[in-house]
Design a protein around this ligand. Structure first.
Ligand SMILES: CC(C)(COP(=O)(O)OP(=O)(O)OC[C@H]1O[C@@H](n2cnc3c(N)ncnc32)[C@H](O)[C@@H]1OP(=O)(O)O)[C@@H](O)C(=O)NCCC(=O)NCCS
Length: 151
């Protein structure tokens, strides 16, 4: 049995999603940023539920855009209380598969250069660095690495 399942993200999920986002990123997204994604025609926004005996909690979310044959991963996080159990791998693997099934041939994303856990995960999936955006994350001065993977 798979460890998780996806649901399409709706506005009523944004409470859970914002909480995970705030605990996961130095610069959290706002409610209205997520709302824009929910209203974007290119966006695929998913909540991830973990199977559980009582309630299936939202343990992760994934927001990506499909632009012609390109997948752009915009936002992806696992609840800190649910990390290091394979949820991140499950979400990324299924999301790449979903995008490929919808016609994507390549995936792109940006990641903070100091984000070792995400970089390790993406390298595992064969993402390669294709560029650096110097000082992209203004507050900390961290660079953004642009990664690409052929699907
Ligand atoms: C990156 C993230 C999604 C990983 O989620 P997760 O559920 O803990 O990941 P998994 O348990 O599936 O682990 C998969 C791989 O990720 C990497 N990883 C996860 N946690 C790590 C850590 N603390 N240090 C180094 N590598 C780590 C490893 O390569 C790991 O594989 P391994 O267990 O064989 O070593 C999670 O740490 C997270 O939400 N981080 C904050 C948000 C974020 O950085 N999102 C990505 C932005 S681009």
């Amino acid at each position: 049995m798979p460890i998780c399942y996806f649901n399409r993200m709706t506005e009523k999920d944004l409470g859970n999603v914002l909480e995970i986002d705030e605990r996961s990123f130095k610069i959290p997204w706002t409610y209205s940023l997520f709302l824009n994604e929910l209203n974007s025609e290119h966006a695929v926004n998913l909540t991830v539920h973990h199977y559980d005996a009582i309630a299936d909690p939202v343990v992760s979310f994934m927001c990506f855009q499909l632009i012609i044959d390109e997948m752009h991963i915009l936002r992806f996080a696992v609840d800190p209380d649910w990390r290091n159990r394979g949820v991140g791998m499950w979400v990324l693997e299924r999301s790449l598969e979903k995008a490929k099934n919808k016609g994507a041939v390549v995936a792109f994303l940006e990641v903070r250069s100091s984000n070792d856990s995400a970089l390790s995960l993406y390298r595992k999936f064969g993402f390669k660095k294709i560029g650096t955006r110097k000082g992209y994350y203004g507050k900390t001065g961290d660079d953004a690495l642009v990664l690409k993977k052929l699907l």
